[in-house]
Design a protein around this ligand. Structure first.
Ligand code: ATP
Length: 203
């Protein structure tokens, strides 16, 4: 155990159960820093990214409420790698800044571990040096598809496209210090498994 608080990255493919595992870790005493949630906050009305998006993409990318127009931006980022890079150059520094602020606050309040929920941890590679351990939530691809179809009512092809753009299951597992296998188990059983894992991290 290198640092106090311990910094743990939490990752997994879409629908693997990262958020669910993150919540259980919080119930064990960890503080959760959720990059996706921060990204949503900075692109919400009055978010820090809005003026930059207006400047670099134009008013068309801001919706009637003053938030980033997610659908339009998703389409632009999907079809144009340059647009995607421009968006990331706006969002990433803001997410980093906000995460650092939350990290300082959680450290000051004495949490023994900080959990960084980073969906693309393996793909982006830029987090590795900042973390003491990586937890990967793993399940078979078919389970991911079923969960996301049930939760988001997305068609199978779209979910499979997203999965294909993410790291493969084996690459992700290769980056793990600990794998939480989340399939063929109830939420109660997952809870027990995560509590046992948490103990290994001093929670
Ligand atoms: P995303 O990457 O899309 O944000 P995620 O990896 O954070 O997804 P969750 O949101 O935690 O995944 O889980 C996806 C869905 O599957 C949720 O509706 C969750 O309640 C359900 N789920 C997760 N694990 C289990 C389980 N063991 N049993 C039943 N349902 C589960």
């Amino acid at each position: 155990m290198k640092r106090f608080p311990l910094r743990i990255g939490l990752t997994g493919g879409i629908g693997s159960g990262k958020s669910t595992v993150g919540k259980i870790l919080v119930s064990c005493g960890a503080a959760l820093i959720d990059a996706d949630q921060i990204a949503r906050e900075v692109t919400a009305p009055q978010g820090a990214a809005i003026p930059l998006i207006r400047t670099h993409f134009g008013d068309d990318y801001i919706d009637a409420h003053g938030a980033m127009d997610r659908e339009r931006m998703r389409a632009a980022a999907f079809s144009d790698p340059g647009a995607r890079a421009r968006l990331e150059a706006i969002i990433h520094p803001l997410v980093t800044e906000h995460s650092e602020r939350l990290t300082r606050r959680a450290t000051e309040s004495g949490h023994p571990a900080l959990i960084f929920d980073i969906p693309l941890l393996v793909e982006s590679g830029r987090w590795t040096r900042q973390l003491d351990a990586v937890i990967v939530v793993d399940c078979p691809p078919e389970t991911q598809v079923e969960r996301v179809m049930a939760r988001n009512h997305l068609p199978r092809e779209i979910i499979e496209q997203i999965m294909a753009s993410q790291a493969s299951r084996s690459v992700r597992r290769g980056a793990a210090d600990m794998v939480i296998f989340n399939a063929d188990c109830t939420l109660g059983e997952l809870h027990t498994q995560v509590q046992q894992a948490a103990q290994r991290f001093g929670l």
